[in-house]
Design a binder for this molecule. Structure first.
Ligand code: 3PG
Length: 213
């Protein structure tokens, strides 16, 4: 898959809903219920971070949920890419980008949303063909003001800002012409995931859709 094809797929994905939930899952047994709640609430694109031993099994479970599109986040190495693809991930997300990681995603046909935090990083990815990128860590890196400033000289790159994004600051990003959607964990709080409180998670997803669309 070329970077251009990956960017087209991820642009379409980011346009499906205002938020991509960023999920940390400790028990793959929770994956199906969690995915169903988020999809029901209106958030179909789901990022499962590869930060827990249960993550790959969670992706396998979520890939079965109708209406959802599950991806793997925190991709750091080519092995992560192979594992994510084998588990059924339909897209990938990384906090940054290395040539090895980009090569692996392109070779494995996994559309990657690569991370950039500076103009130089965004330019390097653009040079390779990635016009859709993750702006990370969004808030710590200057927030919507920084992303707006990067958009002035590089308007052809569109972003999914992630990291410290919440229901209250998401509108600041979403009104920018270079922001497609945001990523955030607030729609799936760890206590609600742990207790299987799917009604609460569905309500948080629905609230995000209604306030941010
Ligand atoms: C992450 O890496 O965990 C994501 O950027 C999500 O960040 P958040 O928890 O601040 O939404």
């Amino acid at each position: 898959m070329t970077p251009q094809q990956a960017s087209e797929l991820n642009e379409a994905l980011c346009r499906r809903a205002p938020v991509i939930p960023v999920l940390v899952i400790d028990d793959a047994g929770q994956a199906e219920g969690l995915a169903q709640a988020l999809v029901k609430g209106g958030l179909p694109a789901l990022e499962v971070t590869l930060r827990t031993p249960a993550a790959l099994d969670a992706i396998r479970e979520m890939a079965k949920v109708a209406g959802g599109v599950v991806g793997a986040g925190t991709l750091l190495t080519p092995r992560d890419v192979e594992n994510a693809k084998a588990a059924g991930a339909q897209f990938g997300v990384a906090p940054g980008a290395t040539d090895r990681l980009l090569d692996a995603c392109e070779a494995n046909d996994l559309p990657l949303l690569p991370g950039a935090a500076t103009a130089s990083e965004a330019m390097r990815l653009l040079e390779r063909g990635y016009t859709v990128q993750k702006f990370f860590p969004a808030e710590a890196n200057g927030g919507a003001a920084a992303l707006k400033a990067i958009g002035a000289p590089i308007p052809q790159v569109r972003f999914c800002p992630t990291g410290g994004v919440s229901l209250s600051n998401a509108p600041d990003y979403l009104k920018l012409s270079n922001t497609l959607c945001v990523g955030g964990s607030w729609v799936a709080p760890s206590d609600a995931v742990a207790s299987g409180d799917w009604d609460r998670i569905e309500a948080l997803a629905a609230e995000a859709v209604s306030k941010l669309s």
